[in-house]
Design a protein around this ligand. Structure first.
Ligand code: PLP
Length: 391
């Protein structure tokens, strides 16, 4: 790493490396026992009947919507402030995204705003635990149930978080996890759907594997069929499979999830302790009944700073070899959304205000106290400079 501090860094030990090596030696590189074990581990952890491993979180969201029958003419409610995949999946399905602004405190959608966005065309609601925070998810699930609209939980940022005893992944009819290297746990690339719905799980298993019948995926002792020799295609499917190598990393990471969450908790607490009381910064707010699994540590500048000031601060951090990023753009204002759906600046005031002022700081398990102090000191210096420059 040299002197530079990266924005994120995966926590990979010799256990993950050995697990991958064992798969390499086994000859079974896809659709095998490691995938089943990984699926079971994630399903168990989230208290769900089924886990369906896929090639990415984005692929999982796509399949979730298809399995729910979302298509042209349907509307799907989704946050304006999220990672772009929580809206793109709606476009993949040919449906119309209906964007909802965020609560400036939790950064998740406000349940009352979601309710106001429901029409007779609403076919699904995508709820996201932004930065891992499950605030409001219970209320969102209750709202969805009241209106008999399925809730798709985009849990890609929240594995391991618990709200009032309920683990993230158990709020939606179906939930989707992502395992990109910056997430709490990683498979390199990968994702996982979890659900209690037998039919939904079976359709997703088929769709990830070129529309093959799901029960033929990996029957005991019939490896030729499991390896994809069957040419029975029941529907237009995709190749969204997760290889045994990826699954082996994920299975091992799952056994280490609690230790990883704990290390990340320590880093988050240190940042909070270090930056608390800085009058120009808004730190993450977590409700007392929430046990966080921290995805990122994102601070926010107060309203007197502009997006330009924020970008200058990020530039300054990077010049000092401190990894830093803006988090996220407002999805409906991205040109390819605004052009299609006609959203204008000012339509999502909270998301826009937050989006202009967020700064993601380096965040990973092995970040030392010294590095946290250095990051904080550099951040404070850059804020002072931005403040000075604008006078
Ligand atoms: C990471 C992420 C995804 C997608 O994950 P990939 O595995 O990168 O496709 C989807 N939604 C949210 C909110 C995410 O943070």
């Amino acid at each position: 790493m040299g002197n530079s501090i990266p924005l994120s860094f995966p926590d990979i030990t010799s256990r993950e490396i050995n697990a991958v090596t064992a798969v390499m030696r086994s000859g079974r590189l896809s659709m095998g026992p490691r995938l089943e074990a990984f699926e079971q581990a994630v399903a168990e952890r989230t208290g769900r009947r089924h886990g369906v491993g896929v090639s990415s979180g984005t692929a999982g969201l796509h399949l979730a919507l298809l399995a729910l029958g979302v298509g042209p003419g349907d509307e799907v409610i989704t946050p304006a402030f999220s990672f772009v995949a929580s809206a793109n999946c709606i476009l993949y399905a040919g449906a119309k995204p209906v964007f909802v602004d965020c609560d400036p405190r939790t950064l998740n959608m406000r349940v009352s705003d979601v309710e106001a966005a429901i029409t007779e065309r609403t076919k699904a609601i995508i709820g996201v635990e932004i930065f891992g925070n499950p605030a409001g998810m219970r209320e969102l699930a209750a709202l969805a149930a009241r209106h008999e609209i399925p809730l798709v939980e985009d849990a890609c940022e929240g594995i391991g978080s618990v709200h009032a005893g309920e683990p993230v992944g158990r709020f939606g009819r179906v939930a989707v996890f992502g395992f990109y290297p910056n997430k709490q746990i990683t498979t390199g690339e990968g994702g996982m759907l979890v659900t209690d719905d037998d039919r939904l799980a079976a359709v997703c298993r088929s769709l990830r594997n070129q529309g093959r019948p799901p029960q033929l995926e990996a029957p005991d002792g019939e490896e030729d069929i499991a390896l994809g020799v069957t040419m029975d295609h029941r529907r237009v499917g995709y190749n969204y499979r997760l290889s045994e190598l990826h699954a082996a990393i994920g299975e091992t990471q799952m056994t280490r999830l609690d230790e990883i969450i704990e290390m990340r908790q320590r880093v988050a607490e240190n940042y909070t302790r270090r930056l608390m009381g800085h009058s120009d910064l808004i730190l993450p707010t977590i409700e007392p009944e929430t046990r966080m699994s921290w995805f990122v540590y994102v601070v926010r500048l107060t309203d007197r700073f502009s997006a330009f000031d924020r970008d200058q601060i990020i530039e300054g951090l990077r010049r000092h070899e401190v990894g830093s990023a803006t988090y996220f753009p407002v999805i409906p204002l991205l040109p390819f959304y605004a052009g299609t759906f006609g959203h204008e600046p000012g339509s999502f005031p909270m998301a826009e205000s937050v989006s202009h002022r967020t700064i993601a700081l380096p965040f990973f398990t092995r970040l030392t106290d010294r590095e946290i102090d250095l990051v904080s000191q550099t951040l404070e210096l850059m804020i002072t400079r931005a403040d000075f420059a604008r006078r």
